[in-house]
Ligand binder design. Structure first.
Ligand SMILES: [Zn+2]
Length: 1086
């Protein structure tokens, strides 16, 4: 501000000028002519100069909270003071004690590996979570934890899952909700049983009783729970760690038996012989969720002909002309199921033909397209070729596949074949042709399906319709039983398969054999193929409550919304749930069998009796108590007629009962839960099993809303695996790996920040590069907070300037802050945390670091300790600190708490108490006043900011051309074509408020608004630019060297420097600042 405008300002609003400024202005006006002296030698910023506009908000070790732009621009007073303190020239340090340097104990470096555990201990020692969660008055929010399996160390999937839950819980906590988060673990099941068995040698295994195995398994599970719990705690997860739920605890097991009992009493539990997924390698039935379909499975597939012995009863000579050598052509990928064949199914809607085999190409029998195929002996020369029945659409496909000419002799619909009879190729029995469903297609095969109800779900259903026998001559190990005759003892997936194929060929039934690549279910634990096999199992009849389940699904909020399609598809199409397993480590199916009749005994009384025993003694009681004690009194006398069952429940029944064992029983929780949040694979796992048990017994879904997240992949989108060496370990992210350079310890907050940054509704990626970027963002955010803390070192809330008195720039800053808080709240409410990450990043870098903080440094450091502009700025900074710390706290709790523990003032809450911990704060209420600045002003500020970027470009050119060094050495000229814009800019130049002055906003020493471009000044200006905008028209920008001399204290240039005898090196503003702050009384700065 030059002397003239200073005077003008003084006249118009002396109350906003300090007395020093007014005095100095008056004095200056009289000696303006003599004030022109040679300018100070040009001083350049000590560091290199990256292009002004391409810089990002980077921090360096010395000066992290200042952007690089600030280093160049506002370094003046700080460097002068520092240099003086280090013993530089005496003159340079003359005013250093009057400069208000930032000061804080809050480190630029997080030192998270050490600091985070300290913060966590502080929370624990002070019971912070428990106290706040109970004290909150806004109603409860129940997020029910899906139990991870108590086996092995945690991986990134666990970290993603639990941190998402924690972010939500902590947000709800700030929203004044009561939170009770009970962490759970799934403790039973085969993997743990196998771990125990693998840890023992052969001899020890022989000694192993079911009870010993169960004890070892329980011990293993509990130890794993402790290891995993420690990791979860280190992630900063707040939960009721002292009272987790374990599916092996007696009260849990009792509740699960209660759920089973209620389902049984409602008629939803039955015993049946049914084909189930059976794992020969684990010797147990498997649920859908326990299967995987690896790439590259190849089955031996065969085409076979089953000889027809009698035509369809009412076909009027449909096939007679082709007898006796006419066959049904079938295709199967499981030749070993042929002995269990009970029918051949056709689709009534497809068209079938009788085809005559005309010629066989000899070459076809060796190889075809590189595939190993083999034609059956029946096609060898000299043998009579049979007529074949197959689907019309497949004739040409099979011609080329078999390498032969097929001549169609007759065409008819599938329905015409019903009850035609053929000879079973192995047993020789007579079997029927039946009508199957739409599962019979012409995508592959022959259009006729070999039907073995004991080995396939669709076959089973068709079998029920026709009353076909359910044959399954295969034992637990996957070997043929005696029932399979000559194949007895052979492994169906190995020698058995070959033996059946060879047998068919000898019988001249085999048409062709070829390898076939397709999806085939494997046991997800042993990684070995499974089979479909009918066994006596216990089932939950999903059919009985499917309608209610579908209805409940439609009432749940599914996030993302596509998830509803997935659960609908899986629930609507699923078959009955096989809930029994032939294993030891689990909750027993509480049923007795009559020794002679094998009839199961399952009544309300027996169930209640067992439930009470289990609730007291745990499910081990089933193994160590005799049958007569496990039976209620009334059955004591006939107890010897019964034996207890040996099946255990599917572990999905365990975890699927958690709503009953936890939500419905623990204080502070409720049924249904507000939210379930798990990986997308849980649509067929926990989301589903919980839904089914809950619907079957209560008629309601156990959750009001469900969030699903994707899987964690490496940076390239590849699945993580040990063999690829691309596994990212959450523990190493936090604590660092062996090589500190490649694997630095980032701390839990960086891991959490990563979780918040990804759109978890799909698969997410992580790796060293991603983590470096996240860590960079973390440091920037920490730098922002450090800037706020360090410039509030002398702040007292009572110093706050009232909103109405704030300069426009400060009101605008609060407007932006409030908009950001508003957007962040919206993203939290919608569980879209990645949006928060983007909003915070932009806010910290663009709005704060590059603009508000950059401009604020001048008044904070050299504006004068008690000056109005410094106080108003601090008022704004304090508001920012309080809001930012709250909105980041759910994601970065350690950082937020670290800030809070370094807060230089006490924060008094509404109830008059002082907030000692950051989570004692409440989510900020939106401040309507801050948001209410006129739309016109908002527009104007947007334009000023755009103009500022254009001005910066011209300044940068002037710097490159060596006209100026620091931007404070420059004077900016503006000329607006539009009169209203010109006067508005002029108003800002002559602002009564130093903070709003345009030269402060540009961080230059002066700004002058020219009335026209014909001015002779323009001819001397070589650095120019333009800014245009549809609303304010075109603006011309020019840059020259600033007028006057450099002020020693603030480095701004002013014609007034030299006008005060006592302080010949100071500008007017600095004179007034030190005038208010006498040298002798000044507080030293560090
Ligand atoms: Zn100054």
């Amino acid at each position: 501000m030059d002397a003239a405008s200073l005077l003008k300002a003084a006249a118009s609003s002396s109350n906003l000028l300090t007395s020093g400024e007014a005095t100095l202005a008056a004095r200056a006006s009289s000696c303006l002519a003599t004030s022109k002296r040679a300018p100070f030698p040009m001083r350049r910023a000590a560091l290199g100069r990256p292009p002004l506009l391409s810089r990002s908000f980077s921090s360096d070790v010395n000066d992290g909270f200042l952007g690089s732009a600030s280093k160049r621009r506002a370094r003046g007073p700080i460097m002068a003071a520092k240099k003086a303190a280090e013993g530089g020239k005496r003159d340079e340090g003359k005013y250093k004690h009057t400069v208000d340097l930032p000061k804080t104990s809050f480190g630029l470096r997080a030192n998270a590996v050490v600091r985070e555990p300290e913060i966590q201990k502080m929370w624990e020692d002070n019971q912070v979570f428990k106290r706040i969660a109970e004290k909150n008055t806004g109603g409860s929010f129940v997020l029910h934890d899906g139990p991870p399996y108590a086996n092995g160390n945690l991986h990134m999937g666990h970290a993603l899952n639990k941190i998402l839950k924690d972010i939500i819980n902590r947000y709800k906590l700030l929203q004044n909700h009561k939170i009770s988060f009970v962490p759970g673990w799934d403790c039973h099941g085969l993997p743990i049983e196998l771990k125990v068995l693998q840890s023992m040698n052969q001899d020890a295994r022989k000694e192993l009783t079911p009870l010993k195995l169960r004890q070892k398994a329980a011990k293993f599970a509990k130890e794993t729970v402790n290891i995993q719990m420690k990791s979860f705690k280190r992630y900063g997860i707040w939960a009721d760690w002292e009272n987790p739920y374990l599916t092996l605890s007696p009260e849990y097991e009792a509740a699960q038996i209660e759920v089973f009992g209620q389902m049984a009493m409602r008629g939803y539990i039955y015993r049946g012989r049914k084909p189930v997924h059976w794992s020969p390698s684990s010797r147990t039935a498997l649920a859908e969720a326990e299967l995987e379909y690896p790439e590259g499975h190849i089955s031996k597939s065969i085409y076979a002909g089953f000889k027809i012995i009698s035509p369809p009863p009412s076909s009027n000579g449909l096939l007679e002309e082709f007898f006796p050598n006419i066959c049904l052509a079938i295709w199967t990928t499981t030749p070993w199921t042929i002995p269990a064949n009970a029918a051949v199914a056709v689709n009534s809607r497809l068209t079938y033909v009788v085809a005559e085999v005309h010629s066989v190409l000899e070459s076809a029998s060796t190889s075809c397209g590189g595939k190993q195929i083999k034609l059956g002996s029946i096609f060898k020369s000299g043998k009579e070729k049979p007529f074949l029945i197959l689907a019309s659409e497949l004739v040409s496909t099979l011609e080329s596949k078999w390498g032969m000419k097929l001549v169609v002799r007759k065409t008819f619909p599938g329905s015409a074949l019903e009850n035609c009879r053929y000879v079973h190729p192995v047993s020789g029995k007579e079997c029927p042709v039946v009508l199957g469903g739409d599962y019979i297609t012409t995508e592959s095969g022959t259009g006729l399906v070999h039907t073995a109800p004991g080995h396939g779900q669709e076959d089973y259903i068709t079998g029920l319709k026709y009353g076909l026998p359910i044959l399954s001559p295969v034992d637990d190990e996957g070997k043929f039983t005696e029932e399979a005759g000559e194949f007895h003892g052979l492994n169906v997936l190995g020698a058995g398969n070959d033996a059946v194929t060879n047998f068919l060929d000898e019988q001249l039934s085999l048409l062709m054999e070829e390898p076939y690549k397709h999806k085939y279910p494997y046991d997800w634990r042993t990684k070995k193929p499974t089979i479909f096999r009918a066994t006596e199992q216990w089932f939950a009849s999903v059919e009985g409550f499917r309608h209610a389940a579908m209805d409940a699904i439609s009432k749940v909020a599914w996030i993302p919304s596509q998830a509803e399609n997935r659960i609908v598809a899986m629930t609507s199409s699923r078959s009955d749930w096989c809930i029994s397993r032939q294993r030891t480590w689990g909750v027993p199916i509480p049923v007795f069998y009559h020794i002679d009749s094998k009839e199961p005994l399952l009544t309300e009384e027996t169930l209640n009796h067992i439930k009470i025993i289990v609730s007291k003694k745990g499910s081990d009681a089933w193994w160590h108590m005799p049958t007569e004690e496990l039976l209620p009194d009334k059955y004591r006398d006939i107890a010897s007629n019964y034996q207890k069952g040996t099946d255990t429940m599917d572990v999905w029944f365990d975890s699927g009962s958690s709503w009953a064992a936890v939500l419905a029983q623990r204080d502070g929780l409720g049924f249904p839960a507000d939210l379930y949040l798990e990986g997308t694979d849980q649509h067929r796992g926990w989301f589903q099993s919980s839904l089914l048990t809950s619907i079957a017994t209560t008629g309601k879904a156990p959750y009001s809303s469900v969030i699903t997240h994707g899987f964690v992949l490496d940076e390239k989108g590849m699945k993580m695996s040990k063999s690829l060496g691309n596994v990212v370990d959450p523990d190493i992210i936090i604590n660092g790996g062996k090589n500190a350079k490649d694997e630095p310890g980032y701390g839990a907050d960086v891991l959490r920040l990563w979780v918040s940054s990804v759109d978890y509704t799909g698969d997410v990626m992580v790796g060293p590069q991603v983590l470096r970027q996240i860590s960079d963002m973390y440091r920037k955010l920490r730098g922002t907070l450090r800037f706020l803390l360090s410039n509030l070192h002398d702040w007292k809330p009572e110093n706050a300037v009232s909103y109405d008195d704030l300069p426009k720039i400060d009101k605008y800053a609060l407007f932006q802050l409030e908009n950001v808080v508003n957007s962040i709240q919206e993203s939290y409410e919608n569980y879209q945390f990645y949006k928060n990450f983007q909003i915070i990043q932009r806010f910290a870098i663009v709005d704060l670091s590059n603009f508000y903080f950059d401009v604020a440094k001048d008044r904070l450091y050299v504006g004068g300790k008690f000056s109005f502009t410094r106080r108003s700025c601090q008022t704004v900074l304090a508001a920012h600190l309080l809001s930012i710390v709250k909105v980041i706290a759910p994601i970065l709790p350690h950082l937020a708490e670290d800030v809070w523990q370094n807060l230089p003032f006490d924060h008094v809450m509404e109830d008059g108490s002082i907030a000692k911990f950051v989570f004692e704060l409440k989510w900020p209420d939106l401040n309507g006043k801050w948001l209410s600045i006129p739309a016109d002003d908002v527009d104007f500020w947007n334009q000023i900011l755009e103009l500022r970027s254009e001005v910066n470009k011209v300044l940068e050119n002037a710097r490159i051309g060596k006209l100026i060094g620091s931007s404070l050495e420059a004077k900016v000229y503006l000329q607006a074509a539009d009169g209203a814009t010109a006067s508005r800019l002029q108003e800002m130049c002559s602002s009564t408020n130093d903070a709003d002055a345009l030269h402060r906003i540009f961080i230059t020493s002066q700004v002058e608004i020219l009335t026209s471009l014909n001015d002779e000044i323009i001819s001397n200006i070589t650095y120019t630019g333009k800014y245009s905008n549809t609303r304010i028209g075109e603006l011309w920008i020019g840059v020259s060297r600033a007028d006057g001399m450099k002020c020693e204290r603030c480095w701004n240039y002013s014609p007034l420097v030299g006008s005060v005898i006592e302080h010949p090196t100071l500008c007017a503003r600095c004179f007034s600042a030190i005038d208010l702050q006498p040298v002798s009384a000044a507080v030293g700065v560090s």
